[in-house]
Every structure is written in C-alpha cells, then in structure tokens.
Design a protein around this ligand. Structure first.
Ligand SMILES: O=C([O-])CC(=O)C(=O)O
Ligand SMILES: [Mg+2]
Length: 647
C-alpha cells in the first residue's frame, strides 16, 4: 500500500511539470485563439474529466461487483453502504489530469475537507488542508446551519452559490436532499434579485458570453470551454428575465439557476452543462448608464445583425458538441418565437418559456380536472382565459390546443375554447395586422378588445391563466366573478418572480371561499382562511418538466424536441399526482419528488422518441427496462475517489 502510494506520487510529480508548461503557453496564446482551433482542443482536454465514450451518465462509474481496488480502502473503512454521507455503493476512481492545489480550486473535483489521507498523498496536497477529515454529511450540516441562520434570501443565495463555485458535489447534494427549501433560494423568486444585482455580486466566472465583438471568433471560442462533453446549454439574451424585463447580461443568473436544476432535479452531471448569455446589448436605460454593469453598453442589436449573431453561436456550439440540447430561455416574445420557428425542426432545441411552460401548465390543467373528477372527457369542454399574449401565454395556448385535438375536438372547436387578452383586451381579428401568426391563430371574430372582467362575465371561463408579468392584475372582482360562474374555477397566476404574480394564493382562496384550484409560477406558503381551513398552493413551474425533457432527449439521442414529446411529458407529470394529493387540492407533485418526476418525464420522452424513430441512440429493446436504465444514468452527487491520470 505504501509502495503503490509512493510510486503514484512520483508519477504525479512528473506529470505536474508537463501541465504547468501547458498552462503558461495557453495564457500567452489566448489572443490567437481564433486561429488556434486544434491547439485549444487538445490543450483544454487536458483538464477535462477523463472517461470512455460509453461511460456512465453520472459523474463516476459503479465498481463492477462493488469491488474497490485495495489501495483505495483506508484502514477500518467499510467498503459497502454508507460512505462519506451517501448511501451509494463505491464508485470507480476517476482519473484526473490535475493535482495539488489545482484540484482544490476545481469545483468539480474539490471535496473540501472530505479528502481522505490516501487521496491527499496521491494528488499531492497533503498539508494543504486542515488535518481532520469530515464526511459529506457533516459538511452538509454545516452549510445548512449557515443558510438557516441567515434571514435574508439573497444572502442564503450567496452562501449556496459560493458552495457551487467551490464544491459542486456538495452543492448538488444539498439541492437533491433539500429541494423544497433550496429551490426558492437558487431559483425563482430569489434568482430574480440575484440577476438584478449580478454585477455587484460578480465573484467567479461561470458560463460563457458571446457578443458582437466575437463575430467570426465563436467557432474557436467554444474550445475555450474546458469540458469536452457538454450535453445541455441554457442560453438567454437577457431581454425578458422572468417578469423583470430587459436585464441584459445580468440575466446570466437564469441559465445558471436552470442548469443547477438540470443537475439536481434532472440528473445531468455538472460538467455536462453550459450556461450562456448572448450579449447583444440592452435597452435598459439604467444599465446603459450604470458604471458597474458588466455587459455591452449599447442598444440591443436588431434585425439581421441579431439573428446572424445568434446563428453563429448556434453553429459554433453544435460544431463542437453536435448532440447538445439548446434550451432558449427568457428571450423577449418576438425573438423567442422566431428563433424557435427557425431552429426547432433542424436541431435539438426548445424554448422553455413557450414549450416548457406550455407543457407544465397542461399538466396542471389535467391535474385540476382530475381533482374536479372531470377527466378524461372534459378537457375539450373548458373555456380558457389567458391573460398575456407573449411567448408564455401563446405557448400555453398552443400546448393546450394540441391537447384538445388529442381529446377529440376539431381545430375550429378547439380554437373557440380560447380567450387570449393582452393590454389592449381580447385578441380580435380586427387587429390581425398587429399580431404575430401564432397570436393571430387565436384571434376571435367577435368581442375583440373586451377587458378581462368583460370576458369573464360574458364567456364564463372555467379557468384563468396569468402570464402578464403584471403583479396584482387579478382584482378581487375578477376572481369573485370567476367563482360566480364556475363551481371550482382554475386560477393559475403564473408570472415570476412572486412580486409579478397576478394574485397571491391567499387572495385566490379568500375570494373564492376556498373553492378555486390554485397553482402559481413562484412558490406561496400554505393559506389559512378565517374559518380555520388550510389550503396548500402548489407550484406550476416549468422546473417540473424541463430537466426531465433534457434528460430524456440527451439520453436517447433525439434529433429534435417534438410537440408530442412535450405532450407526453405533461401527461407523465399529471399522472404522477396521487389521489391523496388531488383530494388536498394539489395539482402538482411535491417538489421533494422532483427527481422521480424528472425520471418519469424522461422515460415518457424516450418512449415517444423510440416509437417515432427519433431516438438515434436507443431502439425498441431499450423499452423493456427504461426505468432502470434512466435511473442508472442519472447523476448522483457523491464524492468519487480521485486518481491521477497516468502520463
Ligand atoms: O424561471 C422560472 O421560474 C420560470 C420561467 O422560465 C420564467 O418565469 O421565465
Ligand atoms: Mg424563463
């Protein structure tokens, strides 16, 4: 044992020399990156995680027969069962081409104080850490204590993101084990504030930025990203961050938050995700004049310049990672729909605000109808009022429309079920010239311009869905009138973050005397009415579907994300609800089950892909045991033994 450690140590010393030479030459050639394509490819691969092509989807591979090589077992250590706070069996050691303080500064490998003494020797950092070794359980407890002692949500966010920057395994373990508590901290609503204050809080680089200056360089720039195996990119141009509007490059918080959920909720390993901002400038006056702002301080690019820039980015990332899933996020409505139309049939991509929100809302509606005891026949009988005709509003309408066709309605009948209003009132055919083709499809021949109140009283909708980003838009009268015309109205204020919700959970339950079925985009606490009854609002957020869709399409090698995939994802989510949850008025599962939900969504998407010949990596044989297959591929944040890569 001592001998093998010593020989490993010697090999490491030689290797380190080679690497530091590489690092110096890399720094001095950065400027020539655009012409040094292949150089960067090989240089960067030196710091990537080394694995076989058919390797496990997770961070490490299970050891065959659970037999760990002897040199990795420390005296008195159990070789099966709980290990550093986790209940997973031993994982095969991971070869890394870094050592010493490089490892301690690499959040993918860093384990803080949990490095065992053998590892501290093998990787050459004995003496660089305090002597006591603690396991992940203790580390987690310490971080939780710090977070819970801190009253401010944004400070909780900072504590957690600090862990993210230093130790991704621990960060994701905390998210996986405490999703209900952590989601509002790393995601909506707190991520909204984190974006607003992005420049002031900027600490360490994470993700990539592409701007006009980079035109002509992007194909080379993508090789600056140190990981060779990216599966999922979330990209924004910062033009419509949640309901907060144009935040420019500060919008980076959104791709980061979404990808944390991809890892923790969707089981994609953290080295396989890449957050991106395409910085085309900003039209936000405040940011244009803010001396601390970190983005391009010019008005937004428009027209062909904008689309060419986005296109160069898409071609560049697909050149390096041909199978990557690109998730468009928080683009302003006009751009969002155009980009989706341009790329959806050719590349693996989807728009989360249009399609993810659509699928999630459909699941919520199906759940609500189950709760009312009205499924399966009644979806086609709904009268649906959508407040907000932007990308999310229209996206939801499109997915619900598809579902109505599936439930036996003709196209004309299905269209007639929708009442979509923007700030000028009900979309009507008299203003077709001002509407996008997607909006125009839902414009009504009569009653154009009616207000929300007028629509409710004349057409008696069974549900009202808020996607306006206008906080408090649903007035008491509006909600009370919904309750007058409908025994149990479905009320979903879906705008984010919480301050942009069209009404609160308390208002909805109070104004309908507890009869409504409620879900919101951002979370609300349980509500107790004056008569003592308690109601549990659930969250209708696209986090219930996008991680599972991403997991499914990347695992099976889908070529595109189809409408049917979104539909089956929604169905899988709706079917996840238990009778017990439904009887409590819940229309979405508990957030604590999100990993299992994502697995079910992924399975549904893979089945659909295989059935329709879309799955390039799986065939019918895989259908026999998809559950076990997907489960095995899901990243589980545990510490993996590290070993230096042989020279
Ligand atoms: O991020 C969220 O919570 C949901 C979403 O995509 C948005 O509001 O844009
Ligand atoms: Mg969004």
């Amino acid at each position: 044992m001592i001998n093998s450690a010593a020989s490993l140590l010697r090999r490491g010393a030689a290797r380190r020399t080679v690497q530091s030479t590489g690092a110096v030459s890399a720094a001095s050639t950065t400027k020539k990156a655009s012409v040094q394509h292949s150089f960067f490819r090989s240089m960067n691969s030196a710091s990537t995680i080394v694995e076989d092509d058919d390797s496990d989807y997770g961070f490490g591979k299970s050891v065959p027969d659970n037999k760990i090589p002897e040199e990795f077992i420390e005296e008195g250590e159990e070789t099966i069962g709980e290990w550093t706070g986790c209940t997973r069996k031993f994982l095969a050691p991971l070869s890394v081409s870094q050592s010493g303080s490089e490892i301690l500064n690499n959040p993918l490998f860093n384990k803080f104080t949990a490095f065992k003494s053998g590892e501290r020797d093998r990787l050459h950092f004995r003496g660089l850490l305090p002597p006591r070794r603690v396991n992940m359980k203790i580390q987690k407890e310490r971080v939780l204590q710090e977070i819970r002692a801190e009253p401010s949500m944004i400070r909780k966010h900072i504590i957690l993101e600090d862990v993210h920057d230093r130790n991704e395994t621990l960060y994701h373990r905390i998210l996986v084990d405490h999703m209900v508590e952590m989601a509002p901290i790393i995601y909506t609503p707190t991520v909204g504030q984190a974006c607003k204050e992005f420049a002031m809080r900027y600490r360490r680089p994470r993700g990539m930025y592409f701007c006009e200056e980079d035109r002509g360089h992007m194909a080379a720039m993508v090789y600056n990203w140190p990981e060779k195996d990216v599966h999922v990119i979330v990209v924004t141009d910062g033009s419509r961050i949640l309901g907060l509007g144009d935040l420019g490059c500060n919008g980076m918080g959104i791709p980061i938050g979404k990808l944390s959920l991809y890892c923790a909720a969707g089981g994609i390993a953290p080295h396989r995700v890449l957050p991106v901002v395409i910085d085309v400038g900003t039209d936000n006056e405040e940011l244009l004049n803010d001396k601390f702002y970190l983005g391009v301080q010019k008005p937004r690019l428009q027209g062909s310049k904008y689309y060419h820039l986005v296109d160069e980015f898409i071609q560049a990332v697909r050149h390096r990672w041909p199978n990557v899933l690109i998730q468009f996020e928080d683009f302003s409505s006009d751009k969002a729909q155009k980009l989706l139309n341009k790329y959806r049939d050719d590349i693996l991509c989807f728009n989360d605000d249009i399609q993810g929100t659509g699928a999630t809302t459909l699941a919520g509606v199906l759940g609500a109808l189950r709760a009312k005891g009205e499924l399966p026949t009644s979806l086609a009988d709904q009268r649906i009022l959508i407040a907000g005709a932007g990308s999310a509003g229209i996206g939801v309408a499109q997915v619900l429309y598809q579902a109505m066709l599936e439930h036996g309605r003709s196209e004309e009948e299905a269209k007639n079920c929708f009442f979509i209003a923007d700030e000028k009132g009900l979309l009507g055919t008299e203003r077709l010239d001002q509407l996008s083709p997607e909006q125009a499809m839902f414009a009504r021949d009569t009653d154009g311009g009616l207000s929300l109140n007028e629509i409710v009283n004349k057409h008696k909708p069974t549900m009202i869905l808020g996607m306006t980003a206008v906080g408090g838009l649903f007035s008491e009268k509006l909600i009370r009138d919904m309750g007058k015309h409908c025994e149990r109205p479905i009320i979903f204020p879906l705008s984010n973050p919480t301050i942009k919700a069209e009404c609160s959970a308390e208002q909805a339950f109070e104004w309908t005397d507890g009869k409504c079925i409620f879900a919101s985009g951002s979370p609300f606490d349980p509500v107790q009415l004056k008569d003592g009854r308690t109601f549990y609002p659930t969250q209708c957020n696209n986090m219930f579907v996008f991680p599972g869709i991403g997991l499914g399409v990347t695992l099976c090698g889908a070529k595109t994300v189809t409408d049917r995939m979104l539909y089956v994802a929604a169905e899988a989510l709706a079917n996840y609800l238990t009778e017990d949850e439904l009887s409590q008025g819940k229309v979405f599962p508990d957030l604590s089950t999100i990993r299992d939900v994502s697995k079910k969504v992924a399975i549904a998407v893979i089945e659909e892909a295989i059935r329709t010949g879309q799955a390039s990596r799986l065939d019918e044989k895989a259908l026999a045991d998809l559950d076990a297959f997907v489960q095995k591929k899901m990243y589980d944040p545990v510490y993996v033994p590290l070993i230096e890569k042989k020279a």
